[in-house]
Structures are given as C-alpha cells and as structure tokens.
Design a protein around this ligand. Structure first.
Ligand code: HEM
Ligand SMILES: *[C@@H]1O[C@H](CO)[C@@H](O)[C@H](O)[C@H]1NC(C)=O
Ligand SMILES: *[C@@H]1O[C@H](CO)[C@@H](O)[C@H](O)[C@H]1NC(C)=O
Length: 326
C-alpha cells in the first residue's frame, strides 16, 4: 500500500516536472534575436482583420483555445485532413464553427516575408494572434511565452473528446479543465472569453426551449426570433454570447447573475442563491472588472503553455495547413 502510494506520488511528480520543463523552455523573448519583426507583423495583421470584422478577434481567441485543449498548443487545429490522418477541423466542436484560418495564413506569409525565413511556428502565431485580438477589442495584454513547435499530426478523436461541449454540467466542465491541469478558477476566468463573439442557434436551442426556468424571460423572447424551436431550422443563426460581443468587459458575468447566460455551460457557472460552487467567483468578477482583466490574462498564459512541443520536437511548418513533408 505504502509503496504503491509512493510510486503514484513519484509518477505524479515526474509528470509535473516534465510539464514544467517544456513550458519553462518557452520564453516571451524567443524571437527577439531570431526575428524582431515577427510580433509587430502579427499585431498589424490582427488589428487589420479585427477592424474589418470585430468578430474575427473572438474567432482567433477561440482558435487558440481549441488548439491548446487538444494535445497542447501545437498548431494541430490548423492541419487539413490528409490520407494519413483525419484532422481536427471537422471534429464535432469545430465543424462549421471554428474560424480564422485565412487570417492565420495571411499572418504566416507576412511573418515569413518580414523574417526572410521560416522561423516562427504556426502554434506561436495562433497564441500571439489570440493575445492581440483580446487587446484589439479592449482587453488586457500580456507577455506570451514563445518557442512552441508545430505538430506533425492532428487527432479528430482527441478534438471530439477534449474540447468541452456546451451541454456539460458544472461537474463536466470542471473535469474537462482539470484534465488539462486547469483549476475551477481558470474555468470561470477563461469562460469569460465569452465576453466576445457569437454562438449558433444549434448550440443554444435546448437552453432556449427546455431551460426556461433558468433563462431570463426577456432574453428568451428576443432569442426566439433568431432561433426557431424546430430542430434544424436556423441552426447557423447567430446570437451574441454577451450584450457587448465586440468589447472585452465583465458584462458576461453580470449577465450570468441575471440568468442571461446564452449557453447551458455558461449558466452552469452561476446557479444563484449561493447554490453553485462557482457562484462566488462569478459574483466577484461581475463586481470587479479590473480583477477580471488581470486574472484572465494570467489564466490565458496558463492555457497558452499547455504541453507545448519545444526544442527539436515537431517542426516549424512552412504552410500552417500542412506538415513540411510526409
Ligand atoms: C468552458 C467551456 C466552454 C464551452 C462549453 C464553450 C462553448 C462554446 C460554444 C458552443 C460556442 C459557440 C460556437 C458556435 O456556435 O459556432 C463558443 C464560442 C466562443 N468561445 Fe467558447 N466555450 C468554452 C470555453 C471557452 C474558452 C476557454 C475560450 C477562450 C479562452 C472560449 C472562447 C470562445 C469565443 C471567443 C467564442 C466566440 C467565437 C466566435 O464568435 O467566432 N470559449 N464557445
Ligand atoms: C468526431 O465526431 C464526429 C461528429 O460527432 C463524428 O462524425 C466523427 O466520427 C468523430 N471522430 C472520431 C475520430 O471519433
Ligand atoms: C427538449 O426536451 C424534450 C424532452 O426531453 C426533447 O424531446 C427535445 O428534443 C428537447 N429540445 C428542444 C429544442 O425542444
């Protein structure tokens, strides 16, 4: 008994050390010598894309999340399907939903031109584009640890199973984040990304018609026009995830307090009446927007450093959609 407990502790310790070692190899100054033009180039193109379409900032943020939760932040989400593997783009959480691939391609081409060589990984581009998107929409900025390498494979099965579904209850959301080494507080903070962007009707229809007890009646009335009850009707119609989908603010949390969370998973974070384990955190961030900005940035760094490939692992892809050779 004692020795197996010791072995379990030793294994857990080894895992922690390994995870710490690879993310510790990332460095915000990684490109300072290799290509000083890299980060300003990414920022410029993100700002242009967000100015042309504010929602693109939300989409680029979500792209980073869906990259990092599937075997780490390794650019795997960017790979097209090949005869050797089925990629992540058509996995259940991504199909007809995840956006921003064209912007990433534009950034990659511009960065390679500015650097005069292929030195900036697609995984780093996604991480920096997410940071610059948040800032472009009025959110906090932060230093992104850099030096990720790109994966040479992708996994549709892992994308199906690792990205949390909007139908999950609080327990399931907590487990999904815990599987990544992220805490309950990270769950509440990173869900605050839903201060930006939109959801398709297909992802909130059940909440709209089957959860009337926990959905504010006036929001329900206004969503009815966007999202008909009939299965399949208007599936792709969009509703904002909070009242100000192009402004990074704490309105997402204020909405949860008023039973106006759009997704089932959103409203799971605030059951009300002190019933839910995360109610206190939601109340706190609704009342303290500056704390939200600061703590959100810290949680983003934790998400951005999930299991990166480093050193000689993986590669720096030339084209973010394809591995360099088979
Ligand atoms: C906690 C579990 C989460 C669930 C269940 C979830 C689920 C969803 C769903 C269903 C949508 C709408 C997609 C569509 O209808 O096409 C969405 C949108 C979005 N999600 Fe999440 N999400 C979660 C956490 C996160 C996290 C951690 C981030 C980033 C840090 C994030 C960022 C976004 C953004 C920015 C959008 C809007 C995208 C756009 O307008 O293009 N989400 N999410
Ligand atoms: C992923 O989910 C989609 C949609 O449910 C399904 O069609 C596909 O077969 C799944 N892929 C894997 C590898 O499990
Ligand atoms: C709501 O719940 C009912 C009964 O559980 C189910 O048949 C239906 O598909 C659910 N969704 C909607 C949008 O009504």
């Amino acid at each position: 008994m004692v020795s197996s407990a010791m072995a379990a502790v030793a294994v857990a310790f080894a895992v922690v050390v390994a995870a710490t070692t690879s993310s510790a190899q990332l460095d915000p100054h990684f490109y300072d010598g290799l290509c000083p033009a890299a980060l300003p180039t990414i920022k410029r193109i993100v700002e242009e894309a967000v100015a042309a379409e504010p929602r693109m900032g939300a989409s680029l943020l979500r792209l980073h999340f869906h990259d990092c939760f599937v075997n780490g932040c390794d650019g795997s989400i960017l790979l097209d399907d090949t005869p050797f593997f089925t990629g992540e783009k058509n996995a259940a959480p991504n199909m007809n939903s995840v956006r921003g691939f064209d912007v990433i391609d534009r950034i990659k081409d511009a960065v390679n031109a500015a650097c005069r060589r292929n030195v900036v990984s697609c995984a780093d581009i996604v991480a920096v584009a997410a940071r610059d998107s948040i800032a472009a929409l009025g959110g906090p900025s932060y230093h992104v640890p850099l030096g990720r390498r790109d994966s040479r494979t992708a996994s549709q099965a892992a994308a199906n199973s690792s990205i949390p579904a909007p139908t999950l209850n609080l327990d399931g959301l907590v487990s999904s984040f815990a599987a990544q080494g992220l805490s309950v507080q990270d769950l509440v903070l990173l869900s605050g990304a839903h201060t930006l962007g939109f959801s398709r009707c297909t992802n909130f229809r059940d909440r709209l018609y089957n959860e009337t007890a926990t959905l504010d009646a006036s929001l329900a009335a206004s969503l009815g026009g966007t999202c008909p009850r009939t299965a399949g009707a208007g599936d792709d119609n969009l509703a904002p995830l909070d009242p100000t989908p192009a402004r990074f603010d704490a309105a997402y949390y204020a909405s949860l307090l008023r039973a106006r969370g759009l997704l089932h998973s959103d409203q799971q974070l605030f059951a009300g009446g002190g019933l839910g384990a995360t109610d206190g955190l939601v109340r706190f961030y609704a009342a303290n927007p500056d704390a939200f900005r600061r703590d959100f940035a810290e949680s983003m760094v934790r998400m951005a450093t999930l299991s990166p490939l480093v050193g000689s692992q993986g590669e720096v892809r030339v084209n973010c959609r394809k591995v360099n050779y088979y």
